[in-house]
Write a protein that binds this ligand. Structure first.
Ligand SMILES: NC(=O)c1ccc[n+]([C@@H]2O[C@H](COP(=O)([O-])OP(=O)(O)OC[C@H]3O[C@@H](n4cnc5c(N)ncnc54)[C@H](O)[C@@H]3O)[C@@H](O)[C@H]2O)c1
Length: 462
């Protein structure tokens, strides 16, 4: 059912929503049912890309009764998935095994297996290439699915991208590749629904995080909202794919800018001799008008270092303006790894130690707590700078695989011996597998970028 709009959603285009509501009501009336969950389950869901976004969606849909084909061009990943070995922390081996055992989940690299899908979700990477949006993965996904499109089938783009991608890039590609029109009584449905998955977050999961949905017209929105209503607790319709695309970029830009704000403040506060963390704790007691963000060694992952640049690129391209907030946030956050290295050099200097030849133990190579995702992780430039300065750099991270360890760095377990042998320990990620008392009890010196340990004579906090 179309959700009752909240006050905050009051600006959405209600004409489109009412058309979608009327269309969905007609479908249910024709089916003789009033409960949206009584609609027949579509024959087959195809999920293009089985990564951090696509795999949780695929597994959840299997659990809700869908027949799911998880398509990925990475054959090694498909082999892993078929063997029940989950490459994504949020999907346990048990959940993947149950999905496989149900007989309704199949991972594949063969495009022929996409035949006959009713709903297809695209969740492929959208990186930057030389600072510019790289939509080649979306283009390749659209080209793969187009020959399998049928009238009445639904395609949803979930990859994060700039507003206009669904209608200006994906739509014409699907029409040209399928020979079928998008929209209308004989066409296929198309829309955009941003993914909000937060890897490692045990409180807000795929199911209980509201899902923004959109369609290129009323029937498309109805089909897309109907699909997600079965697999998440709450859907939030917006009037067109552009608003949905912008929603995702707004959320990530908001986070990026606010992290930059506290990072810059942390650098100034340190020079002023003020404890920024205490100020953040105190400000967080305000029950309205403040949202807590904390400093760190920089931003990483597939989202924050990349998504805001999609928005600033589009603003520049379409309007000729510079998106100053994004430029400034990029500047501050990209500078943080240099700042961490500088603070370490200063601390070693205070102890009459040069960096060259010093043994430095980095805690955490992933971009955030309790994930093995090392994409764009600030730990990487920090490690590389220290290696370049001649340090003996070791790193402990129980989640990251050896393939993601920066060149010149030795991956070690976090033991009392490793900690004691290090001239300095740098806390970059506060994985819950790390024991703070082990580090505090054995380290000669700690630079803690997460305020994981209390500051003291041998512990400096960022
Ligand atoms: N990871 C997150 O926390 C997160 C959160 C919200 C949104 N997103 C967005 O979702 C999208 C996917 O991100 P991800 O983290 O899942 O990436 P990922 O790298 O974990 O997974 C993407 C998968 O797509 C596969 N792939 C690439 N091209 C393909 C093609 N043409 N056909 C089939 N498979 C293909 C890759 O092999 C890979 O397995 C991105 O746009 C990202 O910005 C990610």
């Amino acid at each position: 059912m179309i959700a009752t709009p909240h006050r905050s959603e009051s600006r959405i285009n209600f004409r489109v929503l009412m058309r979608a509501a009327a269309y969905r009501y007609d479908r249910r009336a024709m089916a003789g049912a009033h409960d949206p969950h009584a609609d027949p389950i579509p024959d087959r869901l195809a999920v293009i890309g089985q990564g951090y976004v696509g795999l949780p969606l695929a597994v959840r849909a299997v659990e809700q009764g869908y027949d799911v084909v998880g398509f990925d061009v990475d054959r090694a990943k498909v082999t892993r998935l078929l063997a029940g070995d989950s490459p994504v922390e949020d999907i346990t081996a048990e959940r993947l095994a149950a999905a496989l055992a149900s007989g309704r989940y199949r991972a594949t690299s063969d495009p022929a297996d996409l035949a006959g899908f009713s709903v297809c979700v695209i969740s492929v990477p959208t990186p930057l290439r030389e600072g510019l949006p790289d939509l080649s993965f979306i283009e390749s996904a659209a080209a793969t699915i187009a020959p399998h499109l049928r009238p009445g089938a639904t395609v949803v783009l979930e990859s994060t991208t700039y507003p206009g991608t669904t209608e200006e890039l994906v739509l014409p590609m699907l029409e040209a590749g399928s020979g079928i029109r998008c929209g209308g009584p004989d066409g296929f449905h198309l829309g955009y629904s941003p993914e909000r998955i937060d890897p490692g977050n045990a409180v807000y999961t795929f199911e209980n995080t509201p899902k923004v949905v959109s369609g290129i017209d009323g029937p498309s929105l109805a089909a897309i909202q109907g699909f997600y209503d079965r697999i998440v607790d709450k859907t939030v319709p917006v009037s067109s794919p552009k608003e949905a695309e912008l929603t995702k970029l707004l959320e990530n830009t908001f986070r990026h800018v606010n992290i930059a704000l506290v990072n810059e403040l942390a650098m100034f506060a340190n020079d002023l001799g003020i404890d920024v963390w205490e100020a953040i704790d105190a400000a967080s007691t305000k029950p309205f008008g403040f949202m807590r963000f904390t400093p760190g060694p920089g931003v990483g992952g597939h989202c924050l270092p990349i998504d805001p640049s999609y928005l600033s690129w589009q603003v520049k391209r379409s309007l000729g303006h510079t998106f100053r907030f994004v430029e400034l946030a990029n500047d501050v956050n990209e500078h943080m790894p240099d700042y961490v290295v500088r603070r370490l050099i200063e601390a070693l200097n205070d102890r009459a130690l040069p960096v060259r030849g010093r043994r430095i133990l980095l805690l955490g190579l992933a971009y955030k707590r309790d994930t093995g995702d090392a994409r764009e992780s600030p730990s990487s430039p920090i490690a590389t700078k220290l290696v370049d300065l001649g340090a003996d750099v070791r790193a402990a991270d129980p989640h990251v695989t050896p393939a993601h360890v920066p060149a010149g760095v030795t991956l070690v377990p976090l033991t009392a011996e490793e900690i004691e042998a290090a001239d300095a320990v740098v806390v970059l990620v506060d994985h819950s597998a790390f024991d703070p008392s082990l580090v505090a009890g054995h380290a000669r010196y700690v630079l803690d970028t997460r305020r994981w340990l209390p500051a003291g004579p041998t512990v400096d906090v960022l």
